[in-house]
Design a binder for this molecule. Structure first.
Ligand code: ZN
Length: 169
């Protein structure tokens, strides 16, 4: 299992580099990311969140947790509309806030087998793709909130880091 960095860890602000080629090491890492995401549990995880600054994202928004998606070097080609969704983040535990983003996106990426693909997404999946790509650019969902709210969340996380998380106590 990989360790997930907690906000405001400065590593979460690093911009990830593109993956040059998808080799065995990449596949192993993707599989570890998926395991870590399912275990958390979460619906998405970006490499940035485990301190690896490569443009790799895993997502599974299915209820059965049986539809893993791998997005290597993902890029949003088109976006449309606007939707407000309640978002959470494995790097910001127990905080959920409504965030406005484009409602649907068309994205290109490379899959776990090294094959390029394009896909259209809307709803929770579109939201999740945008949230995870933000991570690769050093951006977090709290950046969309007011400085006051963000600072409150920052303090809550620092307290968590100091005193331990409620689940583990
Ligand atoms: Zn996140």
């Amino acid at each position: 299992m990989l360790d997930i960095l907690i906000y405001p860890d400065t590593q979460l602000r690093k911009i990830a580099s593109p993956v040059a080629n998808v080799d065995g090491k990449t596949v192993d890492f993707v599989d570890n990311m998926l395991k870590t995401m399912y275990d958390a549990p979460g619906v998405g995880l970006a490499a940035t969140q485990v301190g690896v600054h490569s443009r790799i994202v895993v997502i599974d928004v299915s209820e059965e947790c049986d539809s893993p998606l791998t997005l290597i070097n993902p890029k949003i080609l088109e976006f449309e509309g606007e939707a407000e969704t309640q978002e959470g983040c494995l790097s910001i535990p127990e905080v959920y806030e409504k965030i406005k983003r484009p409602e649907s996106v068309r994205v290109s990426a490379i899959d776990r087998d090294g094959e390029p693909y394009e896909m259209d997404a809307d709803g929770l999946l579109a939201c999740c793709i945008q949230h995870e790509i933000d991570h690769l650019d050093g951006k977090l969902f709290v950046d969309y909130l007011s400085p006051l709210k963000r600072n409150r969340i920052r303090k809550k996380m620092l307290k968590f880091i100091r005193d331990g998380f409620p689940e583990s106590s």
